[in-house]
Design a protein around this ligand. Structure first.
Ligand code: GTQ
Ligand code: FE2
Length: 315
């Protein structure tokens, strides 16, 4: 290359920078790549570690100070301080007898998986539903919601929200309820936002009968009420291993029952009741149960499908 041309190019590149422009052929980092990068890391958070921390928080922080007594699980990838996987955050929450977590609403979609405790209920847009272990309860975009413990036991659950996706796209709105809690509420046992544990078990029975064999089962908690989050329950009995999967969807698994280990990109991760397992996009994964297990899969599959970006392959 001639010295003149080299000088002219250097001048061109410095003009790019001065005007906040860059040449597609001159990037320091590529903008396109052949297949999904594995950015976020596979990781497991153990409920046995979380629960004592929540107990200590329960002694120090009340629901006046903390609108929600929740602990978020952030992925250990460099630079991240919030998200569990790229689009979804998982948290554990605990509420003590007599406490109320005030009503509010926000554009992020949310759901809860109840782990332990009886006598607590959530109110979603005026509908009060009891929270029982194994239930999955939804709080769609902009629905008012509060939680109250009228029982005698501490109640523990997991929250999942698409907050990181809302951060990315920017449509965040939040407001506290003007009255603290919703005034007129109707107590319901069955509601479209409530997927009851007994119903999940019945669906597993029906699916097993349909397949006519004791094999790993996957059912969808539907019809879907959340625009961004897909919900599946997996039943993997002791000794079984789920079919290896690899997908563009980002997923978080929560252990509803049983124990075993996950194999994610060739590494083993042990799990048991109440654990959170981050399985980011394009990570090959399978689950092996040592004791009869049920896992909740919370994923952004709904978003990827709607946008034409859902792809899977057998790893
Ligand atoms: O229970 O409403 O873990 O709004 C994070 C944000 C729980 C909730 C979380 C929330 C909630
Ligand atoms: Fe909320």
């Amino acid at each position: 290359m001639s010295a003149d041309r080299e000088t002219a190019l250097a001048a061109l590149y410095s003009d790019f920078a001065a005007l906040n422009m860059e040449g597609g052929w001159h990037r320091r980092f590529p903008a396109l790549w052949a297949e999904p990068r594995r950015n976020f890391l596979p990781h497991v958070w153990h409920y046995a570690d979380v629960k004592p921390i929540l107990e200590r928080a329960g002694e120090l922080v009340d629901t006046q100070q903390a609108e929600r007594r929740n602990l978020t699980m952030f992925n250990p990838v460099e630079g991240n301080i919030y998200s569990t996987v790229r689009t979804i955050v998982a948290a554990y929450q605990m509420i003590k007898p007599g406490e109320t977590a005030r009503a509010h609403r926000h554009t992020p979609n949310a759901l809860r998986l109840i782990l332990e405790g009886h006598g607590t209920s959530t109110v979603v847009d005026g509908k009060q539903v009891e929270m029982r272990p194994g239930d999955v309860l939804l709080t769609p975009n902009w629905a008012w919601h509060s939680h109250s413990n009228d029982g005698a036991e501490q109640c523990y659950w997991m929250d999942f929200l698409d907050v990181p996706l809302v951060h990315l796209l920017e449509p965040m709105f939040y407001e506290p309820h003007p009255d603290g809690v919703e005034q007129a509420v109707e107590l319901l046992d069955q509601a479209p936002i409530a997927f009851r544990w007994e119903d999940t078990l019945a669906q597993f029975e029906a699916e097993q009968a349909r397949l006519g064999a004791d094999v790993p089962l996957t059912i969808e908690l539907g019809p879907a009420q959340l625009d961004t989050i897909a919900l599946h329950m997996l039943r993997i009995n002791a000794g079984q291993t789920s079919a290896p999967a690899q997908t563009t969807a980002n997923a978080i698994f929560a252990v509803v029952r049983g124990s075993g280990f996950a194999e994610i990109d060739g590494a083993r991760h042990a799990w048991s009741f109440g654990d959170t397992i981050a399985v980011p996009a394009w990570r090959a994964h399978s689950f092996h149960a040592e004791q009869d297990a049920v896992l909740l899969r919370v994923s952004d599959e709904s978003v990827l499908r709607k946008l034409g970006w859902l792809r899977s392959r057998r790893p």
